[in-house]
Ligand binder design. Structure first.
Ligand SMILES: [Zn+2]
Length: 209
């Protein structure tokens, strides 16, 4: 879809007249009309206002010219999975799991992004993989080749302690480097979740097996 069609669609879906939209983003009705005929496109400041008003990213307003990928975890992002800045603006660099409340949620990324970005992150990840392969001697643990960025929301499982108390070790709002593996001894699964300070290793069986 082209910018002119997207703007027309958003305006009509939001039941605004050209006049009303113009007033909301501080331009003239004629300017709105020119966007919708494709004569001009809004300037960057106006795009920011439109993005906030309609809750769609600037990339979407421009007809999605860029294929957006989270700089941290590598997953492709759209408006529903994109992160926001604390002021409500979209942050097109990161997914909402890797960047929230104005900060990175994966501490290994956070520590590295300023000093060496992606390369340094890769290096830290490789060190962690080596540590897991060399230091952890757990029966049935296969060698690990890679760790994925996992959202705490999905991997913060509840464990039952021997005394019956239920505990969670992770934070839903953080992300971790981890992996899920099949144990080489028995039909158990092994889960790994790590950040800068710890490696959490758990073993479990599929509920219905
Ligand atoms: Zn991400």
């Amino acid at each position: 879809m082209k910018t002119k069609d997207i703007l027309l669609k958003l305006r009509t879906e939001n039941k605004l007249s050209q006049e009303e939209l113009a007033a909301k983003v501080f331009v003239t009705r004629q300017a709105v009309s020119r966007w919708e005929t494709g004569e001009t496109i809004p300037n960057i400041d106006t795009l920011k206002l439109l993005s906030k008003l309609f809750n769609v990213s600037i990339n979407t307003l421009l007809g999605s010219p860029r294929k957006l990928v989270c700089a941290c975890c590598g997953m492709s992002i759209d408006d529903s999975t994109m992160s926001h800045e604390p002021d409500g603006n979209f942050n097109e660099e990161y997914c909402k799991w890797c960047y929230a409340d104005g900060d990175y949620t994966l501490d290994i990324w956070k520590r590295n992004v300023g000093v060496g970005g992606k390369e340094k992150f890769k290096e830290s990840k490789e060190i962690l993989i080596r540590e897991i392969n060399v230091l952890l001697t757990i029966e049935g643990l296969p060698r690990i080749d890679n760790l994925n960025v996992l959202s705490g929301e999905f991997v913060n499982l509840e464990y039952t302690l021997p005394n019956g108390e239920k505990v969670k070790f992770l934070d839903d709002k953080q992300t971790y480097l981890g992996s899920q593996l099949e144990s080489q001894s028995g039909n158990r699964c092994l889960g790994i979740a790590a950040n800068m300070d710890f490696i959490l290793m758990c073993s479990y069986v599929e509920p219905n097996s």
